[in-house]
Every structure is written in C-alpha cells, then in structure tokens.
Design a protein around this ligand. Structure first.
Ligand code: C2O
Ligand code: CU
Ligand code: CU
Length: 464
C-alpha cells in the first residue's frame, strides 16, 4: 500500500485523527530557540572495533541528556535522517496528547527527511526519558534512548549531579550487532543484551567533590532487563521515584534486597560522597545467576565539603491530583499469554512478526490496524482504580502514558504509594493503581519489555 493512501484511508480516519493533526500541520519550521534533534545513524566503540549501525542524535555519541525546567515551554524539533519511519515519545511527561509521540494514535510517523516539532511545557520536575515509539524495537535496541531532566524551579540541596542511563547492547566480539530480538525471547522474558552499559560505557568512573551531596539520577532505558540495584554501603537516600519526589523514608536497597528498576523506571538518590579522596560509591547490579556487576562508580576528589546526609532537604512536590479512592470506579486489565491472531499489522512502525501477548485476552493488532478501540474510556476529572493482573510467569513493567498513578495494593507485597507511570508486575501479581483521569486524549498503555509490547501487550486508554 502506498503511504499516502494508507494515511488518508487507513488509520487517520479510523483512529479519529482529524485533518488538523495530520502530518502537514505539525511539520512546521522550528524557531531558533528550539533544540534540534536529528535522528541519525551513529558508530561507537564498545569493544575493540567500533559498532556501526547505531541510532542516536549525533554521529558518534549516545543520545544527550535533554534538560528543561518545570513550567518553562520547550520546543524539540525532531528531524528524521534515517531511512526508517520514527516518532519521539517523552516518557513520564504529563503533556498534551498531540505531543506524546505515538504513531497513528497521536501523530503520523515521521518519514525520512521530515521534521516534527514537539512543543510542551513540563508540568512536573524530575527524571524522565525519551525514546522512539515507531520502529521502537529496532531504534531503541540500536541506541536511541536518552534521559530527560526537568529541573525544579527552586533551589535544591545538592552540590553536584550524575545521570546514569542504564542499557544493554547485544554485540558480537567484534562489535557487530547480534540479532536484537528473538521469537523465543519475545515469548518469555525478552532477549537480554550481553554488553551492560551506563551512558554507553562499561563501568565508567565519575569524579565528584569529596564529602559532597550528589543527586544520582538512574534511568533504566533498556528494552528488556529488569535491574536489581543498590549502592553497597554508601550513605544515601531515595529522593524520587519515576520522576516524582518521595516523601516517605524508604529503606535503602542492599545486596539482599536490591531495588527492582524495570525498563522505563527511574530512581533518584541523594548520595553522600566519601570524605577521603579516591574512595568510590558504586552503583551495583545484582544479575540473577551471574556475578554482581558495578554499573558505574562515583569517585571522590578534592578537599571534603563535609556535608551531612541530613542536609538533604525534600524536593518540592509535583502538582499531581490525588485520586479519591472511595469514589473511584474500577476497571480490570489482565496481562497474559495469547499466542494467536497471526502477525501484527505493522503500518510503518515495524513488527516482530509474531503475536504472543494480550491485554484482556486480546492482542494488540499492531500499529495502524484498522478500528482498534480503547481498552477503557475514562471521564475527565474522575478518579479510577485500574486493577492490573499478571496471569503469566514473566514480569511486566506496565506503563501508562500521559498520567501519573499510585499503586494502592498488591496481592503479593507491601508497595509504598509512590507516584509513578510504570508498575512492575511480578509473577501472578495483582496491583491496583489509582489515578485521576485529568489529561484528555488517547494514552498508550503497554508493557515496557519492548518484545512484549511489539508482540501484543499493548493498547490504549481514552480520557474524554
Ligand atoms: Cu516509554 Cu510507550 O513508552
Ligand atoms: Cu511513555
Ligand atoms: Cu511484558
């Protein structure tokens, strides 16, 4: 099918995209204060020989940390300089639906040579990230995942900051890519990378002032791996989770009780740097069935600033409306295994060629499949409880776009009621989450193990 026919006769009408939101109107010229992002192929040295065929925003470096400030308009001009289609999503940001970057649902895919200008004002401060939502599997696996920091509009108590983007690559000894997904992996817990990186480096060491208080922003942008993390014996405090400030005193993770950080999830720590020079604080990953791995180290340098972990003041809260649980209406969602229905429709955004997973026993029929309705329709401004039930043995980080929610109970564990956009469901776990449906639009709702998302575990929720 020709692309134009497809867009006009296919998804554009079926998904209710009116003429005003089709391609032409958003492909405007960007103004000089826009941040210009060019999606392009890149090379980078992970092993002895450079790896080619990466996808990044510069020819030889990882996607940069994009910075904004809460309440300040941002303009991000995304040009596609690859031969595939794309679309950029700003994970965790509660912004207008038309800027959410989901092909066919909120915009048309961006073709080779085209530019889409994303404009929004971040309502919340915190640690977020960005990644494509078209050719998601291939472009993310080849590198296109970056961190987005939205700064507070008031002073914070940190002396320095370190951003860590955790992700794996699947490479041969000579640096070439191995196949980045497999039917076997997609049908189970996903295909894991074999080169574990932090900011595309293996166990990098970052220098920070001795005795200082550092804000460590850790983001898991991997397509598959559920990280189990801790900071050894460091003096530290969890200060934010999935972007939003944490008010409670949470137990620090340890080797025995590491923090599960699924794909898409973020944790911010306040870390007291050691007072003696050359001492390190290590971000440690416990890898099941394998050795412990230091993902990155923070090394103290210079004369001690002699700060105290008690000097850390709470972060300002984000303006998220809290649900009224008494009056909330319940909607149930079952995440499971439904290996039927043939290959998903792929539109222009890529298909793995299999269907394995489902929500409410219906696999997502693929991007751009005709007449795909919402999984639920929520009324704007009302409170809801969404019951998320995992009936499979695999873990699923379930992500909802455009809204923040809070887990209120689990059948398996005590979950602290921390605001989030991604709930990690353990084997046979049922988690009730609650939210106020205060952002109108069609919001993608899917597993963030990308092989699951792309083989059926996806859908969307409509807020009218
Ligand atoms: Cu992080 Cu639908 O995405
Ligand atoms: Cu998202
Ligand atoms: Cu999953």
């Amino acid at each position: 099918m020709k692309r134009r026919d497809f867009i006009l006769s296919g998804s554009a009408t079926l998904f209710g995209l009116g003429a005003s939101t089709t391609m032409a109107s958003r492909l405007v010229q960007s103004t000089p204060d826009a941040q210009n992002l060019v999606i392009q192929s890149a090379s980078y040295q992970f092993r002895d020989q450079p790896t080619q065929n990466l996808v990044s925003l510069s020819p030889n470096a990882p996607p940069p940390v994009i910075r904004g400030k809460v309440g300040q308009p941002m303009q991000l001009s995304v040009r596609n300089a690859t031969s595939d289609y794309t679309a950029m999503h700003w994970h965790g940001l509660r912004i207008p639906n038309a800027m959410d970057g989901v092909p066919y649902l909120t915009q048309m895919p961006i073709a080779d040579g085209e530019t889409f200008v994303y404009e929004f004002t971040p309502p919340d401060a915190g640690t977020y990230w960005y990644h494509p939502h078209c050719m998601t599997m291939s472009q993310m696996a080849h590198g296109l995942t970056g961190v987005m920091v939205i700064e507070e509009d008031q002073e914070t108590s940190f002396d320095s900051e370190q951003v860590i983007n955790l992700r794996d690559f699947r490479l041969k000894e000579n640096g070439e890519f191995l196949p980045y997904y497999s039917a076997r992996g997609a049908a189970r817990s996903g295909t894991h990378g074999n080169v574990l990186t932090a900011n595309w480096q293996q166990s990098p060491v970052y220098d920070h002032p001795a005795g200082s208080i550092l804000r460590l922003r850790v983001v898991n942008t991997d397509t598959t791996r559920i990280h189990r993390l801790h900071l050894g014996n460091a003096q530290a405090k969890i200060i934010a989770w999935d972007g939003h400030p944490v008010e409670q005193d949470l137990a620090l993770p340890s080797k025995e009780n590491p923090l599960f950080v699924g794909p898409g999830q973020r944790v911010d720590f306040a870390v007291l740097m050691p007072t003696d020079e050359e001492q390190t604080v290590d971000l440690i990953a416990e890898l099941p069935g394998r050795r412990t791995q230091i993902m990155a180290s923070l090394r103290s340098v210079g004369a001690s600033l002699s700060r105290d972990i008690k000097d850390v003041t709470p972060l300002p809260q984000n303006p998220v409306a809290l649900p009224n649980i008494e009056q909330a209406e319940l909607h149930e969602f079952v995440f499971g295994w439904t290996p039927e229905g043939g290959a998903p429709n792929d539109g222009y955004c890529g298909s793995l060629g299999y269907t394995f997973w489902s929500i409410n026993r219906t696999p997502w029929p693929g991007d751009a499949a005709p007449a795909t309705g919402p999984l639920a329709t929520l009324e704007r401004g009302k409170s809801y409880i969404l019951r998320l039930r995992n009936e499979s043995p695999n873990l699923h980080p379930i992500h909802l776009h455009g809204l923040a929610f809070v887990p209120i109970r689990s059948n398996l564990r005590d979950l602290p009621p921390l605001l989030t956009d991604t709930a990690l469901l353990l084997k046979d776990e049922i988690i009730d989450i609650a939210l106020v449906a205060d952002n109108p639009g069609d919001w993608a709702f899917h597993c963030h193990v990308i092989e699951h998302q792309k083989t059926g575990l996806a859908g969307y929720i409509r807020v009218t």
